[in-house]
Design a protein around this ligand. Structure first.
Ligand code: SAH
Length: 393
């Protein structure tokens, strides 16, 4: 076993079971572990803290996995964690109306760096760390053994997280055969999912929030779905009798997929705008357009803690300009999926947006990521998706 000894005073967070050890916290490493190897982390006095995956290239040099000294990170360890994650989902979903969900959510399921989404019988796996890369075949073996109905495991390890870890993209089939097309069900709505598109192909974290939107939509409502992706919110509004529905996304592919989803569920095509939402909301204001309900679900605008000021400005810009488009007494569903952008910062930004747009705003509900994206109490960053239902007067 290779030992990593921390500097004095750097043991508090890891002892409190936060997963990340930043490079500056490590005093010395005995031996020369390879990227992805499991190391044993100790206090400056040599006391055991935890085992973790090591990656010298990453700013997060170790991701802690196990705090029990007698439990080693091996196949049995992975199996226990994966079985626990599967058991949670079994308790959350009955199989008929929800065949798709996040099966493994990284630190939230005590498997830092590993994400697995289930879309009907296909699993989409994302590894964000060299540690999970190294154990990928073991993980695939366990998944196929524990979920016998799985017909394909597709790897979609890409994105900025891997760049920061110094890892190249890794994309392709790991098990079984790639399905032609996947149709999933969520809240009684059907969606075609293209697992080769963005992220793992569908944003399951918004499931509960889409269901909540349903109860606020009134027949004939005029709805604007900003950053719509494949139309989850807009389509939910259509199901509840909304009138004019407009989707805006910068991705032509996403909007084409959204139209396919509307048709699949028996609705006419929505209006679509293949535009930058930042510009589109300004255009709509100039045209004096107003909506009963607006959904604002941008991508992560604060990837790093140090981006706070930039992120605050970007969120404020979007929320301020969107608020101006809400009819008096209308609603806004506004979200932030940046783990570093705290709920307090989010509400503060909304208060400034309300003040500057001259609108009076009430919070009706506070929204969160769905429960198949569990929050680890020791890793606050796992609570990443925040939303507010606002009444705009
Ligand atoms: N609301 C969606 C998920 C949104 S994900 C759902 O419920 O499924 C964020 C989306 O924003 C992506 O589809 C991406 O293509 C789009 N996007 C990113 N930057 C954008 C921009 N500047 N203008 C418009 N769309 C953008």
């Amino acid at each position: 076993m290779i030992y990593a000894t921390l500097h004095k005073g750097k043991e508090k967070q890891p002892l409190n079971r936060h997963s990340y050890i930043f490079s500056g916290a490590v005093n010395r490493i005995e031996g020369s572990p390879e990227a992805g190897e499991v190391v044993c982390v100790r206090t400056h006095e040599g006391k055991f803290i935890a085992y973790g995956h090591y990656n010298p290239t990453s700013g997060i040099v170790i991701r802690l996995l196990e705090w029990n000294e007698n439990k080693h990170v091996n196949e049995a360890w992975f199996r226990e964690k994966i079985i626990s994650a599967i058991a949670l989902r079994k308790s959350l979903f009955d199989s008929k109306d929800a065949d798709s969900f996040r099966l493994i959510f990284s630190e939230g399921d005590f498997l830092p760096g590993l994400i697995v989404d289930k879309f009907a019988d296909t699993l989409v796996l994302q590894s964000h760390t060299s540690g999970m890369d190294r154990d990928k075949q073991t993980i695939v073996k366990i998944l196929t053994e524990e979920i016998p109905a799985v017909s394909c495991i597709y790897e979609k390890s890409d994105g900025d997280g891997r760049k920061m870890e110094g890892l190249a993209n890794s994309i392709g089939v790991l098990f079984g055969t790639m399905p032609d097309k996947i149709t999933i069900r969520e809240n009684g709505i059907k969606y075609k999912v293209d697992i080769t598109s963005q992220k793992t192909g569908f944003y399951a974290d918004q499931r509960n929030n889409r269901a909540i939107l349903k109860k606020y939509i009134k027949k004939g409502d005029c709805v604007l779905d900003l950053f719509s992706f494949t139309g989850g919110f807009g389509l939910t509004a259509a199901f509840n009798g909304a009138g004019d529905i407009t989707l805006c996304d910068s991705s032509a592919e996403a909007l084409t997929a959204a139209k396919v989803n509307f048709r699949l569920n028996g609705f006419n095509d929505p209006d679509t705008a293949e535009k930058d939402c930042f510009e589109y909301i300004r255009e709509l204001h100039q045209q004096k357009k107003q909506f009963d309900v607006i959904i604002l679900d941008p991508p992560k605008l604060m990837p790093k803690k140090k981006d706070e000021i930039k992120a605050m400005r970007a969120y404020k810009d979007l929320n301020f300009n969107t608020m101006r488009l809400v009819k008096k007494g209308g609603l806004m569903f506004t979200f932030s999926c940046s783990g570093n952008f705290t709920p307090e910062m989010f509400k503060e930004m909304i208060a400034y947006s309300a003040k500057d747009s001259g609108r009076t705003v009430q919070i009706l509900e506070q929204l969160h990521q769905a429960s198949d994206h569990p929050v680890s109490v020791s890793v606050p960053e796992t609570e990443y998706l925040k939303g507010l239902v606002l009444r705009v007067l």
